[in-house]
Design a protein around this ligand. Structure first.
Ligand SMILES: C[S@@+](CC[C@H](N)C(=O)[O-])C[C@H]1O[C@@H](n2cnc3c(N)ncnc32)[C@H](O)[C@@H]1O
Length: 218
């Protein structure tokens, strides 16, 4: 999917500047392009990797892992730290794909995936994380779920930890006065993170909009 939050030409320029990726990453990019699988792409992947690396993240969680592409970028940093990426995904076919891609990249020992609905799986987690990547906002089915997801994530993030959220500009639909319910949910989500007492946040117009929220230390 191409979103004109910036411009297609700028996105292509930024992608063109990216150094060549290892084979496992490049193969998945090609296959995703061919089959229309959802993934963040190399520019946002590099952004996730740099955030995980520069924050020294060891324990991370991805909600909505699909093919494991974003997971591989996070794992590039996390595995080097001896850490673990846990992931939630409801589709078994995508889990199989993610596991196979992550095995090709050599990160299997650092990856654990839970199959099921985000809400039930998230409610079962007792670990806390240095970094959570929330990538299901566009898949939610009603107005209230994005705020429910935020409420469930907050206690799972350690002080100083990061919440990174994709698709917060939703192809620019957040600009509408009376949008569809899931877009209204994303508008509420954006307002909530920007004034949340436990976070300092910024929303960047990268690809479909990425939010970066740091949980306060005290
Ligand atoms: C945008 S894709 C994730 C892309 C991935 N993070 C990447 O960039 O490589 C969202 C994923 O969330 C999954 N998903 C959607 N709704 C879900 C739900 N209710 N519970 C669990 N997973 C869900 C979808 O099956 C899809 O694979």
């Amino acid at each position: 999917m191409r979103d004109e939050i910036t411009s297609i030409a700028i996105e292509d320029y930024l992608t063109g500047l990216m150094p060549e990726r290892p084979e496992a990453f490049a193969t998945l990019e090609r296959n995703a392009h061919e089959h229309g699988w959802p993934l963040v792409g190399p520019v946002q992947g590099q952004f996730l990797y740099l955030l995980a690396k520069s924050s020294g993240a060891r324990d991370a969680l991805e909600i909505g892992t699909a093919t494991g592409y974003a997971a591989m970028w996070l794992l590039k940093a996390i595995a080097a730290n001896g850490g673990m990426l846990e992931a939630i995904e409801r589709r078994p076919d995508r889990i199989a794909l993610a596991q196979s891609s992550i095995a090709s990249a050599g990160f299997s020992a650092h990856f654990r995936v839970y199959q099921g609905e985000w809400f039930s799986q998230l409610s079962l987690l007792t670990n806390t994380y240095d970094l959570i990547f929330l990538d299901i906002l566009r898949n939610l089915t009603n107005e209230v779920d994005s705020l429910r997801a935020l409420d469930l994530c907050v206690p799972l993030i350690r002080p100083g930890g990061l919440l990174i959220v994709d698709n917060v500009l939703c192809s620019g639909l957040v600009l509408e006065d009376d949008p569809a319910p899931i877009v209204r949910g994303i508008q509420q989500f954006n307002r909530a993170i920007m004034r949340h007492p436990e976070f300092e946040s910024v929303i960047l117009p990268v690809r479909d909009g990425v939010a970066l929220c740091r949980k306060r230390d005290s």
